[in-house]
Design a binder for this molecule. Structure first.
Ligand SMILES: [Zn+2]
Ligand SMILES: [Zn+2]
Length: 552
């Protein structure tokens, strides 16, 4: 009868998603939006209220009997019982009796209303202050009208029908109280059709409630038989017990409204401590949890990626995402994620995890080679420091062809020389590599010289221009200061070429082919380093050297 969450088989469902046709628990629902949304599909949800998740009241009898033991309600019960028991000895007895009983009634109704809203602890005593006597008269009016109806039926129709209606009224009295509490209208409360509908909606538990009331009433009678009402103490005891029972019964009736709220056209949720508020991260975790259970591989990865940007200081998402991608077959996504993952490991001081992660990546993606030269170099360093010379060579070989402008090319090939020296029978390749290092160094020097020459030439030209302007205008021009910084900026831009390259190394492919690779591309730039290029060109033959040939 009870429905359980699709993803948490031990949790009672609190919502139903018509779109997925799934029952969901609170964990699987996005409460940040109103109305609540399904975490799985984002669809609107139908609240099951507490009718599905609430325990039947007879399983909560122990709690129900503890309910009036809260200090405030217990105080009220004792005070009211003392006052009503004092009826026979005090003057103005009726007034006191009415006020005290009214207060007790008002408080009992407050217990019912509170419980119906899902608040499972007794309300405070302030609820007993107002409207008690009015309430008492309203209840009295209900009893009077019900009696009048029964007498009317007996006189106008038949005695049998009157008895039937009378029995219905007696059995239905708890239903009358419940209806009165829900509708705040005593006319609606004594409508036989409403009473019947309510009893049928609750079903068997209503019978259990009647039985419970019977037992309680009987126990008060038994108490009366034993101790009588002769003295004040006996009267007080009976009054206290029956007031105690009243609170319990009203609490249980409230609980029935809470439990059968859907049937009674009422919605409330349990508030017994656990807050429904969740942080954005908890909500995100719930989304990941469901996508994992639904085996939606790409969605899981999307959610991890989203988490990485939303909660950048949470390492667990990177680690879990990498772990997940190594286990599922999504090679394309793994190779896209890997550079970000290694970048994260380096930035977050988790260098010791780099090498094992790289080896694991190779098992999932054999032959994986990162595109960015800087990452290749960093990985090679980690491989070498872990004693893996072969992987070091694999990562670095051919780097000078694929990324001729990588600023740390010399360091990379020096590392390669070290790795080759560590390996047996690599003498020839080591010599090749050393030659390559020398070539790269020479070319770099030539380039640097050419650049210096160009910068000097430009500075000269700028000076000459400035001098021309000064002689033409016969004084220092206002714009002079502006011209110079611009020239300086040009020179800096030249030097920045390496920096920007470095910066984009871990990102996408280079957007602009750097100088020295494709001369054709350079024509588009008016102030290019054509002179430098012409000079360095003959010595770029190391670029034409094939990758070092070693068999691994
Ligand atoms: Zn769930
Ligand atoms: Zn859904």
């Amino acid at each position: 009868m009870k429905d359980y969450c699709q993803y948490h088989p031990l949790s009672a469902a609190t919502f139903h998603c018509d779109h997925c046709a799934h029952f969901l628990c609170d964990h699987c629902v996005d409460h940040s939006k109103m109305p609540e949304r399904c975490i799985h599909c984002g669809g609107k949800l139908e609240s099951l209220g507490a009718s599905n998740s609430a325990e039947p009241f007879w399983r909560r009898l122990q709690q129900a009997f503890r309910y009036p033991l809260a200090s405030q309600s217990l105080t009220l019960i004792v005070v009211v019982s003392l006052l009503t028991s004092a009826l026979s000895v005090l003057p103005f007895a009726i007034a006191i009796y009415l006020i005290a009983t009214g207060a007790m009634m008002r408080y009992s109704f407050a217990c019912l209303e509170n419980t119906a809203q899902g608040k499972l602890t007794a309300p405070d005593i302030t609820h007993a202050y107002e409207g008690g006597v009015v309430l008492l008269f309203q209840l009295l009016a209900i009893v009077v009208v019900m009696t009048a109806v029964v007498i009317g039926i007996e006189m106008a129709i038949s005695e049998g029908l009157a008895k039937l209606v009378g029995v219905l009224f007696v059995l239905g009295f708890p239903a009358v109280i419940i209806l009165f509490a829900i509708n705040q209208s005593w006319l609606e409360a004594i409508n036989p059709a409403s009473i019947l509908r309510l009893i049928l909606a609750i079903g068997l538990p209503y019978g259990v409630l009647l039985g419970l009331i019977l037992v309680m009433t009987a126990s008060v009678s038994v108490l009366h038989e034993i101790i009588g009402t002769v003295d004040f103490l006996a009267a007080f005891l009976q009054s206290a017990v029956s007031n105690f029972y009243t609170v319990v019964v009203f609490h249980i009736m409230g609980y029935m409204i809470f439990q059968y709220q859907a049937e009674l056209g009422f919605t409330a949720r349990a508030e017994d401590g656990e807050a429904l508020e969740r942080s954005e991260m908890e909500l995100h975790n719930a989304r990941i949890d469901i996508a994992l259970k639904e085996a939606q591989y790409n969605k899981v990865v999307d959610l991890f990626a989203e988490a990485n940007s939303k909660f950048p200081d949470q390492a667990s998402y990177y680690l879990r995402c990498f772990d997940y991608l190594c286990n599922v077959n999504l090679p394309e996504r793994l190779s896209r994620f890997a550079p970000h993952f290694f970048d994260f490991l380096f930035k977050s001081e988790r260098k010791e995890q780099v090498y094992p992660s790289y080896k694991r990546l190779l098992r999932a993606l054999p032959g994986y080679q990162p595109e960015a030269p800087r990452l290749r170099h960093l990985l090679a360093e980690q491989c070498y420091s872990n004693g893996d010379a072969r992987s070091t060579l694999k990562l670095l070989n051919g780097l000078h062809k694929q990324a001729p402008d990588y600023p740390r090319l010399v360091a990379a090939y020096e590392l390669m020389c070290e790795a080759l020296a560590d390996m047996p029978n690599m003498g020839k390749q080591l010599a090749q590599c050393q030659q390559l290092v020398a070539n790269i160094k020479r070319r770099a020097e030539q380039k640097a010289e050419a650049r210096a020459a160009e910068v000097a030439a430009r500075t000269e030209a700028a000076k000459a221009e400035l001098a021309k302007t000064v002689t033409r205008r016969g004084g220092a021009p206002k714009g002079a200061k502006l011209i110079k910084p611009k020239r300086e900026a040009d020179a800096e831009q030249l030097n920045d070429e390496h920096l920007t390259h470095e910066q984009r190394v871990l990102g996408s492919r280079p957007t602009r082919i750097p100088s020295g690779v494709k001369p054709g591309a350079k024509k588009a730039e008016p102030d290019s380093t054509q002179a430098a290029e012409a000079e360095s060109k003959p010595s770029t033959d190391d670029n034409d050297l094939p990758p070092i040939d070693f068999k691994l």
